[in-house]
Design a protein around this ligand. Structure first.
Ligand code: OGA
Ligand code: MN
Length: 217
């Protein structure tokens, strides 16, 4: 049977119940889902990111907020391309999944999640992102982080893992998540310190945040 893009995308939403994710975010606050996204839609997303990267549409990611926003490659060396709402294709399907998750999380957690902001990111070889919180002491509206990885045949020797510190502090116990095509990781943005270790090859991802209404600048 021919696998159409639609089939791949529909499968995605049959695979993991939003409830499984909601339970994990309530319970431990984080979850890693290997093979969440089938290869076909992953490829479509990566090709989209690669085309924009090749066209020079990415820019160096900033750190800090408002006036303090600046680029500092000793903190993070990734390049990003912010995403708009997609009309069709795998990006639209992923956004629809996230929207479903947003509604489920609001029912379960009363988080008042209001919107999803996301970007493609690429870490050129050697680039990293030092240990940080996505929402430092509640100073941003980001409440849930979702990172979807887009790299086929990633080997542990390629490094570039996300190191997620699981005990609520900036050290101690951690899990390493390799940026393998189709892996999705979600965590509560204000609770989990994490870092991206330098990779030996180009590392693509689609990173987004569910945010509360309003933004803190
Ligand atoms: C980030 C981040 C993790 C990753 O963009 O804030 O921590 O694995 N990304 O790409
Ligand atoms: Mn982060």
């Amino acid at each position: 049977m021919m696998m159409t893009m639609e089939t791949g995308v529909e499968n995605l939403f049959g695979r993991v119940d939003a409830e499984v994710i909601v339970d994990a975010l309530v319970d431990t606050g984080w979850i890693v889902l290997p093979e969440f996204l089938p290869l076909e839609p992953v490829r479509e997303l990566r090709e989209q990111a690669q085309a924009q990267w090749a066209a020079g549409e990415f820019h160096a990611a900033g750190i800090g907020r408002g006036q303090a926003l600046g680029v500092d490659e000793s903190v993070r060396g990734d390049q990003v391309q912010w995403l708009e709402r997609a009309e069709d294709g795998s990006l639209a399907a992923y956004q629809a999944f996230i929207e479903d998750l947003r509604l489920s999380l609001n029912q379960a957690l009363y988080l008042g999640l209001f919107e999803f902001e996301s970007h493609f990111a690429v870490y050129p070889p050697g680039a990293f992102y030092r240990r940080h919180l996505d929402n430092f002491r509640g100073t941003s509206a980001r409440l849930v982080t979702a990172v979807l990885y887009l790299n086929e045949d990633w080997k542990e020797a390629d490094c570039g893992q996300l190191r997620l510190y699981t005990n609520g502090s900036d050290g101690g116990e951690y899990v390493d998540v390799f940026p393998q095509a189709g892996t999705l990781v979600l965590f509560r943005s204000s609770r989990f310190w994490h870092e991206v270790l330098p990779a030996r090859r180009e590392r693509f991802s689609l990173t987004g945040w569910l945010r509360a209404r309003g933004s803190v600048v």
